[in-house]
Ligand binder design. Structure first.
Ligand SMILES: *Cc1c(COP(=O)(O)O)cnc(C)c1O
Length: 226
């Protein structure tokens, strides 16, 4: 029988091996378990197995799980696309938001972040294969958006996030994830401190880690098919 605990363990081993293969520090890549469309029983199984970071894509679905699991030591990551009218709810219930690609959304998150909570950790979503998707800011527009977001008082700009198109072409994957790392280095050279590259999912976490991912978001390979 394949349990969530055993699948989680094999994902951890894949991460550890990828860190080693690319001469990265052990433990330098953190794992967000993507629990969209999975119930709180599944989340509890992962929690018991030591997983504390969980990613959700849909606000309504996430809110009911967050309230059911209140009191558990969970760090919630919002990884879905953000509608402006949901920004305030997101700012109240999550520790991280990965998919920011417009200043207006960032401004709303900052304005709505409750005073008693730490600044909201955010990543800017970058569109590195423009033909495949419209989500994310282009590499050209990134420096200006990053500079503006870095000024917002209740946000902590942590880094960049990407969802490249799934492909079996390893060279293409390497190129896309490498472009993210170069974009991050570029921003750093302009004085914007970033410590996070949120990239890599079930199918491509090894390539992402080899190219510098510090946070991978894994759903299927932990929780099974959706
Ligand atoms: C669903 C999702 C994931 C997880 O993808 P898997 O292929 O299930 O590992 C990661 N990131 C985002 C943004 C997602 O929407």
């Amino acid at each position: 029988m394949t349990t969530i605990a055993s699948r989680l363990e094999s994902v951890r081993q894949r991460i550890a091996r990828a860190e080693k293969d690319s001469h990265r520090q052990p433990g330098s890549v953190s794992l967000v378990a993507v629990s969209k469309h999975k119930d709180t029983h599944a989340i509890r199984e992962a929690l018991v197995a030591g997983q504390t970071r969980f990613g959700e894509n849909y606000v309504q679905e996430a809110l009911s799980k967050i309230s059911e699991l209140q009191g558990e030591p969970i760090e919630w990551h919002f990884i879905g696309s953000i509608q402006t009218n949901k920004a305030s709810t997101i700012a109240q219930h999550f520790a991280w938001v990965h998919g920011i690609d417009r200043l207006v959304v960032a401004e709303r998150l900052s304005a709505a972040r409750p005073k008693q909570l730490e600044p909201l950790n955010v990543c800017i979503q970058v569109n590195i294969d423009t033909e495949a998707t419209k989500a994310g800011v282009s590499i050209e527009e990134l420096p200006q958006l990053a500079a503006a977001i870095a000024q917002l008082p209740r946000l902590h700009l942590r880094g960049l996030m990407a969802i490249p198109q799934i492909t079996n072409d390893t060279t293409k994957q390497q190129f896309q994830f490498g472009a993210m790392r170069r974009a991050q280095e570029q921003l750093q050279s302009q004085g914007i401190a970033l410590d996070t590259l949120s990239m890599g999912m079930s199918a491509d976490l090894e390539v992402a880690i080899a190219q510098g991912a510090t946070l991978v978001r894994v759903g299927r390979d932990i929780f099974g098919p959706r």
